[in-house]
Design a protein around this ligand. Structure first.
Ligand code: SAM
Length: 217
């Protein structure tokens, strides 16, 4: 059985009792980054062996994990933060397991865009999750223009390195529309800035953006 296990996106307490139970009893924990996950695993006294499963070894390691699963081993998959499969290599091993008739289940928990969507106060009954916008300025603006036509709440992931450029482009495409720029969700410096993209850009002149971001339009 492949257990896909959601882990915290910041606050170490945001993990379910069942997640801890599954991680403790797994034959192997496949981590996006074993060093990163060590903090969480040690915090909860989880001693199961770990192995890395990440973007650049997902093909070879995927086959290895599949062999173990077919032998009847229990593997738990965790990512650096949140729910595996949401913009991390989880997607590949999940599909490998499905194609090979291996049982899979999700131990649910945090997903950064769900936190942001809910606290944004924007309509959450119909929304579009874009993941990361394209990096190139032209492609990014074109994509924003495209999804502006969807007529529902839009949600993006963004890094602190690109958030200012993205806000600038959102300002050009969406004008004075109120957006919500969420930062460091569930962490000590969690905040949700509300205003037009240009107002939020102004506020970052006082303090440069740090941490991880989710933007809601
Ligand atoms: N699997 C994760 C999930 O369930 O949300 C997403 C992984 S994706 C590679 C990483 C991105 O998620 C970050 O660049 C950021 O946009 C967003 N993110 C993750 N943790 C966050 C947090 N605590 N606050 C704000 N955004 C976060």
């Amino acid at each position: 059985m492949l257990y896909i296990v959601s882990t915290p996106i910041g606050n170490l307490k945001d993990i379910s009792l069942r997640a801890i139970e599954v991680l403790k009893s797994a034959d192997l924990i496949a981590c996006e980054d074993t060093r990163h996950s060590r903090l969480l695993l040690e915090h909860y006294g989880i001693g199961a062996p770990t192995t890395s499963y990440f973007q650049h070894n997902k093909l070879t390691k995927g086959e290895y994990l599949l062999r173990l699963l077919k032998e009847g081993k229990t593997i738990a998959l965790i990512s650096d933060a949140g729910t595996p499969g949401i913009l991390d290599p989880g997607y590949n091993i999940i599909n490998l397991a499905i194609k090979n008739g291996v049982g899979i289940t999700l131990i649910p928990g945090p997903v950064a865009f769900i936190n942001a969507l809910v606290i944004s106060g924007k309509p959450a009954h119909k929304f579009f999750f874009e993941g990361f916008l394209p990096r190139g300025p032209l492609a990014r603006k074109n994509r924003l223009r495209q999804i502006a036509k969807l007529g529902c709440t839009l949600v993006f992931y963004e890094s602190c390195h690109r958030v200012l450029k993205t806000l600038r482009d959102i300002g050009e495409v969406f004008g004075e529309r109120e957006i919500v720029c969420c930062r460091e969700l569930t962490k000590k410096f969690e905040e949700a800035k509300r205003g037009s993209a240009n107002e939020i850009l102004e506020s970052f002149k006082e303090r440069k953006p740090l941490g991880e971001f989710v933007v809601v339009i």
